[in-house]
Design a protein around this ligand. Sequence first.
Ligand SMILES: O=C(O)CCC(=O)C(=O)O
Ligand SMILES: [Fe+2]
Length: 374
Amino acid sequence: MAAKMAASMVEQGEDAFRKLFKFYKRRNPPPDFSEVIDFSKKLGNETVYTAELNHGSVSDEAAFRAGLQPVKEWRAFGLQGYPGFIFISNPFLPGSQRYWVKQCLKTYTQKPNVCNLDMHMSPAETENIWEKSVGSIRKKGQREPRTLLEKLRWVTLGYHYNWDTKNYSPDHCTPFPEDLHSLSYKIAAACGFPSFKAEAGILNYYRSDSSLGIHVDESELDHTPPLVSFSFGQTAVFLLGGTKRQDAPTAMFMRSGDIMVMSGSSRLLYHAVPCIVPAHAGHPLPSCLDQRVGKDEPDADDVRTVCEKDWEVCSAYLKTSRINMTVRQVLGPGQTFPVTHSHAVPATEGSASGYEEETQTAKKRKSESGYDLD
Ligand SMILES: O=C(O)CCC(=O)C(=O)O
Ligand SMILES: [Fe+2]
């Protein structure tokens, strides 16, 4: 019944994206997820096809060092009607997602990276977010005040995205993490982009009631390189739309370990995350996160084990959260930022930015919470 409703809303055409976004965002009663593509299952769906990857571009050893299975083992898919869109269903080795989760919570939250808490707190207050939160997360009682980790909504890396002007600046750039560059580079190479350079990253931290508004990622100066997106923790519904904001989107689950590559004509498509899917009672964490790195792996150091003490905090956090990392190349080969004058009005002011019209207050809130990530 509800699935029929989803279909008929799309047929009406008029702002089909907004309607489906609301449909999946609804909580009571919960939406019918039966039309959502699930790449983790055997697919008999005519809109999904197997994507060919470049097996020779990443050696098995290089994949192993990033905590990935050999490329020939990856389950990668394309979607009919979305050329350049590639969905890789959890290619991580058992246990190795833990490393990336720990990086997002413990390492990438450190200075000089920037986070939403910096918008209204002093640098001293937002230093060591992990250390300031772990005690309370470990012994979480109902009435404890929310920790900084629980208030975290976004972190930016490399060229720091400016949520107000909606652009990047050469004046606000810090070193991009080497390990994440290496991981993203391998994914991009396997998808046919061997010269990908990770220059900017936006990490989004979702609580169980968070959503991410309809938008296009167009602030990067060159749109030829792909956008590489990684998900960890709770499952989300991801909506992939068209080149127009109203175009009806396709809904798919993004589960822990899944990777999405938006390239070619899919690079500039509208997309959104309307909801985090409630976890199954009794199984608060996806089973792939329960796995530890196999003891008989030849070189355990390289697959980056996370100590049990750290994992205890990460797993408590992830029981009600999802983390997404999107990695972007900002400049094309040899490209530089255009020269701007300090008195000039920012180029994006008043332009079609891909985001909804905002009031000043909403804008302020967005700079604190990301792309309408509430
Ligand atoms: O959380 C996601 O899956 C999407 C994130 C996203 O679209 C973005 O950061 O631009
Ligand atoms: Fe995006």
